[in-house]
Design a protein around this ligand. Structure first.
Ligand SMILES: Cc1ncc(COP(=O)(O)O)c(C=O)c1O
Length: 394
């Protein structure tokens, strides 16, 4: 869908890995409709409407729990986004002297909290690297686990190279070694079915505004029974207000302050939207576009693609560079001359670009969502051909 902007111009939006845009009208309509009727503070009042709002939020906890195949809806905790949830998990699990295993594919929302505690001398940290196609070897995870390893935390789907990690095998390793596996499903939720129980995943962090097609400002975590995350922020929960001790039952244990009920409504509508259209069908459609772009770009002189040889276990996103031009400049030309919105740079995942050899300037990322069309891919290919040709002839 070519999107008409308020300025009268049109854009081809290929930055869906940052946030999906536009949101389905059904989601936006539902948000207004339900918030208009029930937008009060859930769980804080004894009047009927407040109880209804609480029931609504609890219903969405059940929906999210089922969607990820968690085992207890009360262990679905709402926060602002994946960064927020990852901070809750990481800060609530680490103990002085513990060791953490993670990977070079992580986003800064994992790397920065871990690095902070490493610098403070609180934790030991090992990062598993990825192969030339962007995959982690579960055997490397096994080799890195130590007796004092508190948890393994892995990015399920890379926001830079698009690879989806073999989490089932990583889960087997973690279960065998008795170490909780935490999964950052920010990029995969809504694209790839996620099965926490089957994969042996102890907790996930998700965000609402990417492929779940909800708004920004809502995300959260799902924790399995058997993993306890310490409270690291404190405040009102609507429970036991006389006590100065923060409520320790889930989900209040990890929630403080008034919940983003508008976001919860949007998240629920977004999940319903993608589930109603079949995740697999949406994924296949987006991968047809991704494959066409991959084939076109790989045949193009002067364009280099990363980790896209096989698009098996891959998200609908591609990373590339045009030889001789800075990625930032390519992205600016795509926008200014062709009306194509992409994301250039390091994508908040500096170690991926170090591993690819694309640091410090990074690369250009195209990422697709359910409103992109085959015609848009042809226009992107024409634009990239024009950019690479102009570079070759100057
Ligand atoms: C893999 C990954 N993890 C975490 C995040 C952070 O998500 P949010 O900005 O919604 O907190 C992102 C955002 O792009 C991401 O791609």
């Amino acid at each position: 869908m070519t999107i008409a902007m308020a300025t009268g111009t049109h854009i081809i939006y290929a930055d869906n890995a940052a946030t999906t845009f536009p949101k389905p009208p059904e989601v936006l309509t539902k948000m207004i409709e339900v918030y208009t009727k029930k937008g009060v503070s859930p769980g804080r009042g004894s009047y009927d409407l407040s109880i209804e709002a609480e029931n609504l939020v609890d219903g969405v906890r059940r929906q999210v729990c089922t969607f990820f195949n968690g085992d207890d809806p009360s262990r679905v905790v709402f926060g602002y986004n994946a960064t927020d949830a990852l901070n809750l998990i990481i800060q609530g699990l680490i103990e002085p002297g513990c060791h953490v295993v993670s990977s070079c594919l992580e986003h800064n929302s994992v790397l920065r909290p871990l690095h902070y505690f490493l610098q403070q001398g609180v934790i030991g940290l090992d990062l598993v690297s990825f192969d030339s196609e962007g995959f982690i070897d579960p055997g490397d995870v096994a080799k890195t686990i130590r007796p004092e390893t508190r948890f393994v935390i892995i990015n399920h789907g890379s926001n830079v190279v698009g690879t989806v990690q073999p989490v089932e095998q990583i889960g087997d390793v973690c279960v065998e070694r008795g170490v909780p596996l935490i999964l950052d499903v920010t990029q995969t939720a809504g694209i790839v079915p996620i099965d926490m129980q089957k994969w042996g995943v102890s907790a996930i962090a998700f965000t609402g505004h990417k492929s779940l097609y909800g708004p920004t400002g809502i995300g959260g975590l799902v924790a399995r029974a058997g993993i306890d995350i310490r409270t690291t922020r404190f405040g009102g929960t609507g429970l036991d207000s006389r006590s100065l001790v923060h409520s320790q039952s889930y989900p209040q244990r990890l929630e403080a302050g008034t919940i983003n009920i508008l976001g919860v409504i949007g998240l629920s509508a977004g999940i319903r939207y993608v589930e109603g259209r079949s995740l697999n069908r949406l994924y296949q459609k987006e991968m047809v576009l991704t494959r066409r772009l991959r084939d076109g770009l790989s045949a193009m002189e002067g364009v280099k693609l990363y980790c896209a040889r096989s698009l098996k276990n891959h998200l609908p996103l591609l990373l590339c560079n045009v030889e001789g031009i800075d990625p930032e400049q390519v992205s600016t030309i795509l926008d200014g001359d062709f009306g194509i919105a992409t994301r250039a740079g390091l994508h908040c995942a500096p170690l991926v670009h170090e591993g690819l050899g694309t640091s410090p300037k990074g690369a250009v990322r195209f990422s697709f969502g359910l409103f992109n069309t085959p015609e848009e891919i042809e226009k992107i290919l024409q634009a990239m051909e024009a950019i690479s040709r102009s570079q070759r002839t100057t």
